[in-house]
Design a protein around this ligand. Structure first.
Ligand SMILES: [Zn+2]
Length: 168
């Protein structure tokens, strides 16, 4: 298993997220940014403003933009149909993680980026038991991200990290 970079705090501007969360966390949404300069875009320049909790660069650096206890704005139009009813606002109950990637189906997801992202999701899954992982495209059909990601292989990678964290 390769090195996972420490988290670097680069908080988003206050008009890019909701300070207090109103629902318990039960969902993680995996994204690709669809562009370059993703750190500035998510923290400052996106209009209308968007954000996420964690951004992972192509080199595997992990940036913390929004605290878990706040709502990031990353899946505002998403809908998730599950057994206990529709969830009309995923942002309220989810954590958002973005991988910097052009989302054109050709831009690769480097090993360092996949490792850091899987490590973060594994850590969240232990911190918030029962949390479920979805891709953005799974909850919003107008979105295609994270395009080009081998999702089955990625999920196996997350499980490997969970097992590593549990010492199994
Ligand atoms: Zn997305």
């Amino acid at each position: 298993m390769s090195t996972v970079f420490p988290e670097v705090l680069r908080l988003a501007a206050m008009d890019h997220f909701t300070l207090r969360r109103t629902h318990a966390i039960d969902t993680i949404i995996l994204h690709a940014t669809g562009g370059r300069d993703s750190l500035n875009w998510l923290r400052l320049t996106s209009s209308p403003p968007v954000s996420c909790h964690i951004l992972v660069t192509k080199g595997g650096q992990r940036y913390r933009l929004v605290s878990d206890s706040s709502e990031a704005w990353h899946a505002g139009r998403g809908l998730l149909q599950v057994s206990d009813g529709p969830r009309v606002n995923i942002n309220r109950r989810s954590l958002g993680i973005e991988m910097e990637n052009m989302n054109d189906g050709r831009d690769p997801y480097p090993e360092e980026q996949l490792e850091t992202t899987a490590h973060q999701i594994a850590a969240w899954s232990l911190e918030y038991p029962g949390v479920r992982l979805y891709r953005h495209t799974d909850v919003d059909r107008s979105k295609s991200d994270p395009r080009g990601l081998d999702y089955a292989a990625f999920v196996r990678r997350v499980y490997r990290h969970v097992c590593g964290m549990l010492g199994k």
